[in-house]
Structure formats: structure tokens, C-alpha cells
Design a protein around this ligand. Structure first.
Ligand code: DAH
Length: 364
């Protein structure tokens, strides 16, 4: 061997030995790749650099030395492939050990959302009325005095205004009056609908209402109502009774009895309140538990539960929206949604509806 030749071979040998040793230190994929670039990199790799020494080898010896170079190259490449393979196997094994997955374990049920009891009640009630041909409409929650009171036959100074503890919007008009408020009931939707449509009208209007009220177990400062209105030629009180009867039976059971008593609301004449016979004591006012009799708390021993206000639309209300009150008559009714839910599900405190306690919400 010439000196150039042996020097070159020694160099190749040391690249191989150093490379194989370094390869054992490479345990991560990034380290493995760095090793490949360092030793087998085509442009700057140690093997490539060593091969430059080939020019110092006399031409006749080159085939022999070239063969050595090839051996070194193959050795490094094979060692690299083997190392890569074994690291991969090791990683898989580790994964199998640490990320063991028992596919036979039952899954954890994902918590299911559900509709709020208020929403459920609104949907049940509206479904009962749409089945009878009523259409669902909505109105604004920030309302004008005009719709909330004036057009409903409650002019300024009318004592009925005191019944509605109103939250006013702090904004004055040119006369120094406050024309805007948070609607105290859904009845203003009646006037809005009648201004836009001509009879026959059959609508129900669910929505949120507001009262300036101290909150306790039976009072909230915001709650929901569902308003109903039917206007046509020849509508009578008998139609009102039949419709509300049907509603009560759809929601509270087929054997319900219904009672109407006179009541006053400025926008209806005559006005009534409607009660159903108590579904807990069946109208008796007492419940039997074994051979004991106890007072029925649901109906406060009266045997009746008040459900809503209703009546025949006041002629002034019809005239105020431009209807001919000699031609058209109508009935209207309004009920509290939370009150219906409280009765239906036996809820003891109206505040539950807005505190978002999941223990309460999960019951529905
Ligand atoms: N708006 C009334 C209230 O909030 C309820 C009501 C009574 C609505 C009689 C009506 C009705 O449509 O005819 O107290």
C-alpha cells in the first residue's frame, strides 16, 4: 500500500468506528437524523469529506481503496437502518406499555344538554295552541308605553298602571315623558299584531316580561308569559271557553275541569280569570295519605288553581288599532310560563328558574 493509500484507508476506518460509536448514542429521531447528516450527508458528511482523500491515491490503487470506501459506506448505512428499526420497535413497545388501552372498558357517557324547563313549557303550551290553528309571533322586550299601556286601554293616570310595577328606560321624549319601558306583560303584542294584520287573527306570543319587584319564592323581577289573541267576525265567549278548556286538558290531563270567574283587566270586557280543578287533590282541597287526610297545599285547600287572565277584547282596544268593533269581536288570554311549570312539575321556588343550579335543571 502506498502511503496515500493507507492514510486514506485509515481515515475511512476512523470515520466508520467513530460513526458506529456515535450511532449508539442516538436515541431520539432528531438525534438519528443529525447523525445521518453528520456521517452520511452527501455534501458535508464525514464520509464525503474523507472520500476527497481519494485524489491522493495513485490511479492504479483506486479500485482497491474504492472497495474499502464502499464497505465503510455500506457498514454505516446498514448500521443506521438497523438502529432506526430497533428504536422504532422500542418506541412501539414503550407505547404499548404506557398507553395501554382497554377497549372492553365501557365508555364514559358524555353529559347531555337539555332544554330549560321554561323553554320546555313554552314549547308544550305553544304546541297545544298551534294544534288549534294559532300562529306563534314575538314582540320586543323594550317596548313603548303606547303599546304596553295606551293601546290596551290603560291611559296615563289609570289606576291599573299601579298594578304593573314598571321598569322604565331612562330616556325622556320632547314632552319630558319616559316613553320606553321593559314590557310588563306580553299583551302589547296584541296591539302590534292587530296594527299589521287584518282579521281573522289567531296568535300566541310567548316571551319575557319585567316587573320592578322584590324577589322571593313566588316573585321574580323577570319571567315569561304567553299571550293569546283571536279576532274575527262572530267570536263569542263560548269560543274563549272552548279554546282554554282544550288547552287545559292538553297540558294538565284529559279529565280536567275548568272554572271562570269575573276579574278585571282594562283591555278586556268582560274579563275573567280561569282556574282548573286541582290535579293533586282532584278538586277536593284535601289529600288522603293512607287513612289520614291532609290539607292540599298546591291549591291551598280551595280545590282550584288559578291559571291565567282572559276575556273578550275590549271594543276600545279594537277601535284603537283601527278595527270596526261592530264587525269584529275577539278573545284574549295571558298566562305566566313559570307558574305553569311550577304547577306542572311541583317546583317550590320561582328563583330556581334563573339560578342555573344544575341539580335543579337535571330534573327536567
Ligand atoms: N296581561 C295580563 C297580566 O300580565 C294578563 C292578561 C289578562 C292577559 C287578561 C290577557 C287578558 O290577554 O285577556 O297580568
Amino acid at each position: 500500500m502506498s502511503s496515500g493509500q493507507s492514510e486514506f484507508a485509515t481515515q475511512l476506518e476512523s470515520v466508520r468506528n467513530e460513526g458506529l460509536k456515535a450511532l449508539e448514542q442516538a436515541a431520539m429521531p432528531e438525534q438519528l437524523e443529525a447523525w445521518r447528516v453528520t456521517y452520511l450527508g452527501r455534501r458535508e458528511g464525514k464520509l464525503t469529506l474523507a472520500m476527497r482523500g481519494l485524489s491522493a491515491v495513485p490511479p492504479e490503487s483506486r479500485p482497491v481503496v474504492g472497495a474499502v470506501a464502499n464497505q465503510v459506506k455500506t457498514a454505516l448505512e446498514e448500521a443506521f437502518a438497523a438502529r432506526k428499526q430497533s428504536l422504532k420497535a422500542l418506541a412501539l413497545e414503550r407505547m404499548a406499555q404506557h398507553e395501554k388501552l382497554d377497549v372492553t372498558l365501557p365508555g364514559r357517557p358524555a353529559p347531555m344538554g337539555r332544554l330549560h324547563p321554561t323553554t320546555q313549557t313554552i314549547r308544550e303550551v305553544t304546541a297545544a295552541f298551534t294544534a288549534m290553528g294559532f300562529q306563534v309571533v314575538e314582540g320586543p322586550e323594550v317596548e313603548l308605553d303606547e303599546y304596553n299601556f295606551e293601546l290596551l286601554n290603560i291611559p296615563k293616570g289609570h289606576p291599573a298602571r299601579d298594578k304593573f310595577d314598571t321598569i322604565w328606560v331612562d330616556q325622556l321624549d320632547a314632552n319630558g315623558d319616559m316613553p320606553m319601558l321593559l314590557r310588563t306583560h306580553t299583551s302589547p303584542v296584541q296591539a302590534r299584531v292587530m296594527q299589521k294584520m287584518q282579521p281573522p287573527i289567531r296568535i300566541i306570543a310567548p316571551g319575557k316580561v319585567y316587573r320592578y319587584e322584590a324577589v322571593d319564592a313566588t316573585h321574580e323581577w323577570h319571567f315569561h308569559q304567553i299571550e293569546g289573541l283571536a279576532v274575527d267576525e262572530g267570536i263569542t265567549f263560548a269560543n274563549l271557553k272552548a279554546t282554554l278548556y282544550d288547552f287545559a286538558r292538553r297540558i294538565f290531563g284529559a279529565d280536567r275541569r275548568v272554572r271562570f270567574r269575573c276579574d278585571f283587566f282594562p283591555f278586556v270586557e268582560p274579563g275573567v280569570d280561569m282556574s282548573i280543578d286541582c290535579f293533586q287533590c282532584k278538586g277536593k282541597g284535601v289529600i288522603k295519605i293512607g287513612n289520614r287526610t291532609e290539607p292540599c297545599r298546591l291549591c291551598k285547600e280551595t280545590g282550584w288553581i288559578e291559571m291565567m287572565g282572559a276575556g273578550m277584547v275590549h271594543p276600545r282596544v279594537l277601535e284603537a288599532v283601527g278595527y270596526d268593533s261592530r264587525k269584529y269581536t275577539g278573545f284574549a288570554f295571558g298566562m305566566g310560563v313559570e307558574r305553569i311549570a311550577i304547577l306542572k312539575y311541583g317546583i317550590d321556588d320561582i328563583r330556581h328558574f334563573y339560578t342555573n343550579d344544575v341539580r335543579f335543571l337535571r330534573q327536567f
